[in-house]
Ligand binder design. Structure first.
Ligand SMILES: [Zn+2]
Length: 184
């Protein structure tokens, strides 16, 4: 018998998606009342978590989009300064996901070097992406605006483009959100 190799995603436990949605809802209410589109950098500012724009020289490429680093009691978020605004917003929201989903708790140090915004097998990464999507693309608003645009007769591609502009996210992130909300 060969050795059984477990894929990494089996090691961690994913959180319930509805639970993540609820946490994101609570954070939005607590930190960005009446603010639309949600600005994750302002949420970080209210938590006194500095967001620094940097170049990830160590990795020698532009595939690292950001990270959150905890050393003792200080937490800092880093974003790749050459990324687009959409991507930076998603990255900050993703890193806040690690913070609010308590991935940093009970750890003296935590280093997340976030590479791909949407595709990963790691359970914490998937949950942080889910949190980012929920935070930036509030379900009720997405559903309402999607239905309005659809009723006018716009194509699916145009609706994705339009919604991505309204919520200031990438089209890929919006498409993913619409799929998760079973709208497409
Ligand atoms: Zn991450």
């Amino acid at each position: 018998m060969g050795k059984v190799i477990y894929l990494r995603w089996r090691e961690g436990r994913r959180m319930d998606k509805r639970e993540i949605e609820k946490i994101a809802e609570k954070i939005r209410e607590e930190y960005s009342i009446n603010e639309f589109p949600v600005d994750p950098a302002r949420i970080a500012a209210r938590l006194a978590i500095p967001v620094k724009e940097v170049t990830f020289k160590l990795y020698n490429d532009d595939s690292v989009s950001g990270g959150i680093i905890k050393e003792k009691n200080s937490v800092k978020i880093y974003v790749n300064k050459i990324d687009s605004m959409n991507r930076k917003r998603f990255t900050i929201a993703h890193e806040l996901g690690h913070y609010f989903l308590k991935h940093l708790e009970n750890k003296g140090e935590y280093v997340d070097m976030h590479r791909e915004a949407l595709y990963t097998n790691d359970s914490n990464e998937i949950d942080a992406n889910e949190f980012a999507a929920c935070l930036l693309m509030q379900s009720d608003m997405v559903i309402n605006k999607f239905k309005v645009l659809k009723s006018v007769g716009f194509s699916q591609d145009y609706i994705i483009f339009k919604l991505s502009e309204i919520f200031i996210v990438s089209q890929a992130a919006m498409k993913n959100r619409l799929r998760n909300l079973k709208l497409i």
